[in-house]
Ligand binder design. Structure first.
Ligand SMILES: NC(=O)c1ccc[n+]([C@@H]2O[C@H](COP(=O)([O-])OP(=O)(O)OC[C@H]3O[C@@H](n4cnc5c(N)ncnc54)[C@H](OP(=O)(O)O)[C@@H]3O)[C@@H](O)[C@H]2O)c1
Length: 387
């Protein structure tokens, strides 16, 4: 514990927290304080990992009054807050982030409820991140989007509002926020590109989620225009990988089918896929997306949103996905399509020309390889997965 003069501290250290340039922060944070996994709320509130408790005498006030503040130690790493750090994409970032360069904090809803402004403010006050990768969202498949519209709208709006507001208040140098290609207009021409985001209403099945996400883009742009903030949005297509939500009701198509086929085998039933299987989709593995998000943070210097997707030629049918899953489980003979269920949109082809103009040779994980690894992960972790 150090006793110090407030003016001196403010002059030498506290004000530095708000400086935007990385060198300042590199000097501020302590190397030994890296935490690979999420930090608990208790830990954050009780003792800031990157701070040394300091008691400050305030010269201008009553001599006896003691003000407690926290002052960061020196570090060569860049502090990065990953909201939604315990989800599908968050786990992929945990795997690949360069910890010799970054000091990441992977946040879960248990650490901080981002729907609550006070909680969010306190989190930023304690962490003072240089960068934020904003993944946290209430996410779900068709069923959740259709049946929980109020919470899909309110939760996502509040989370995004609080996160961006605090990023501004705490002078975060760059924010990468996650939209989704499923928020694009329902009636549109294909392939869809970044400029078409607001050109018409989204599909009614997910309009509440989609409008909340679209406002994240509007909000980011408002900060760019009014404060020159470096608040950028990326737009991924359908994501899959380890640590997904494998719920049969709330999950996306790939994790739900992986779980469904597993259950079909356990119950010795047909593996029934709803719809004709004809619709086409682009799928990106969570590890590819994590790499591209870090690339966006470090190297993408424009402020316009950018689609992060495999190429339009890599679009695959739901039938192909179901077949690969069934083959991987060696259950292909029992695969059937129930065309009494609707197919949804036939295709939603996203144009990744902008991404390819920067990374023409980037090789995405092939869907066959990604799927077989994901299925193996699901089987190995069956008892613990979200389902
Ligand atoms: N999955 C896809 O196919 C897909 C496609 C396009 C775009 N996206 C976007 O990509 C981003 C990441 O998606 P994902 O699939 O990784 O999501 P996910 O697996 O469902 O994870 C969601 C994350 O958000 C956190 N979270 C939810 N509500 C919160 C709250 N109130 N306060 C704090 N944290 C909260 C969760 O914490 P807990 O673990 O504690 O619940 C979890 O870490 C999202 O913005 C999503 O919209 C996803």
């Amino acid at each position: 514990m150090i006793i110090a003069d407030k003016k001196k501290i403010i002059k030498n250290q506290v004000i530095d927290l708000n400086k935007k340039d990385l060198k300042t922060n590199e000097e501020l944070y302590n190397k030994d304080n890296y935490k690979e996994h999420s930090v608990s709320k208790k830990e954050m509130n009780s003792s800031n990992n990157n701070s040394e408790e300091i008691i400050i005498k305030n010269e201008n006030e009553n001599e006896n009054e003691i003000i407690q503040e926290y002052v960061p130690k020196i570090s060569s790493k860049i502090k990065i807050l990953i909201t939604g750090g315990t989800g599908l994409v968050g786990h992929a970032l945990q795997k690949i982030i360069d910890i010799s360069k970054y000091e990441p904090i992977f946040l879960s809803s248990k650490d901080c409820n981002l729907c609550d402004y006070e909680d969010t403010y306190q989190l930023f006050k304690n962490i003072h991140p240089t960068y934020v990768i904003h993944l946290a969202a209430s996410v779900g498949g068709l069923f959740k989007n259709m049946n929980q519209k109020v919470s899909m709208y309110e939760d996502n709006t509040l989370i995004n509002l609080n996160v961006l507001k605090c990023c501004h208040q705490f002078s975060v140098s760059k924010v990468i926020s996650c939209l989704s290609t499923c928020i694009f207009p329902d009636k549109t021409s294909y392939p869809i590109n970044e400029t078409m985001l607001h050109n018409g209403p989204p599909h009614t099945s997910n309009d509440a989620y989609a409008y909340a996400k679209r406002m994240l883009e509007v909000h980011s742009k408002a900060y760019q225009e009014q404060y020159d903030s470096n608040f950028i949005c990326v737009i991924p297509t359908n994501i899959y990988g380890d640590h997904d939500n494998y719920s049969l009701e709330d999950g996306h198509v790939i994790p739900s089918l992986i779980h469904k086929c597993y259950n079909s085998i356990q119950n010795n039933e047909d593996f029934v896929v709803r719809g004709t299987g004809k619709p086409l989709r682009q799928f990106i593995h969570s590890l590819d997306l994590a790499k591209l998000m870090l690339w966006s943070l470090e190297s993408y210097e424009k402020k316009d949103p950018i689609i992060l997707s495999v190429d339009p030629e890599d679009e695959v049918s739901i039938e192909s996905i179901a077949t690969i899953i069934a083959k991987t489980y060696d259950y292909e003979d029992r695969l059937v399509f129930d065309d009494s269920f609707s197919d949804g949109q036939f295709k939603k082809t996203a144009d990744n020309t902008l991404l390819r103009s920067y990374l023409p040779d980037y090789e995405f994980i092939k869907i066959e390889d990604g799927l077989s690894k994901t299925i193996q992960w699901f089987i190995d972790n069956y008892d613990h997965v979200r389902k």
